[in-house]
Design a protein around this ligand. Structure first.
Ligand code: PNS
Length: 163
């Protein structure tokens, strides 16, 4: 039987508990889930690609069928090269839908790669890496929304948190 491999793509700058929730649920459905950290040369992140990968690897270590990779270029080319048939995307709210639908239709048209959408848990529907960074930058408490290794990394990047 063919292995059902899915990719969970994103910037993951940094990974949040919202991402991890979707990845964990997807890992129960697919034989293998590859987390692809997409390199965007026109966007400089807070964390380097290597730092993001290391934090993700630590966070998904308990999940036996999840691995982490990075890619620069079109997601559909990555999928074809690695024999991945499905892209997994978490949908937080209707506001995500327009753009995600457009990308999924484009990816289907480009290389016939399907996209499966998973509804995020309501606890994380307002969560984004950008908001986490902004809150952490100004000393807000983000401990409910990121894994402990990310919390530590934000702390050393921005100074004391949780004030
Ligand atoms: O975490 P993000 O930044 O919302 O993820 C967006 C991402 C990286 C998944 C998306 O921009 C993407 O797929 N980039 C790869 C380049 C590509 O294939 N672009 C065409 C999309 S139709």
């Amino acid at each position: 039987m063919a292995i059902r491999r899915a990719v969970a793509p994103g910037s993951f700058d940094p990974i949040t508990l919202g991402h991890l929730d979707v990845i964990e649920r997807a890992s129960g459905i697919f034989d293998e889930v590859v987390i692809a950290v997409l390199i965007n040369s026109s966007k400089s992140g807070l964390f380097s690609i290597e730092e993001r990968i290391a934090m993700i690897e630590e966070s998904v270590a308990p999940l036996g069928n999840v691995r982490v990779d990075s890619w620069s270029g079109l997601l559909v080319d990555y999928c074809k090269e690695r024999e991945i048939s499905v892209i997994i995307k978490g949908l937080r709210a209707v506001s995500d839908f327009d753009y995600e639908l457009q990308m999924s239709q484009m990816n289907l048209k480009l290389k016939g790669v399907e996209t499966f959408f998973m509804a995020t848990k309501p606890d994380y529907s307002f969560l984004s890496s950008s908001l986490v960074k902004e809150i952490a930058k100004y000393g807000g408490d983000v401990s409910s929304w990121v894994p402990s290794n990310v919390l530590g990394a934000l702390k050393s990047r921005y100074g004391a948190l949780g004030k």
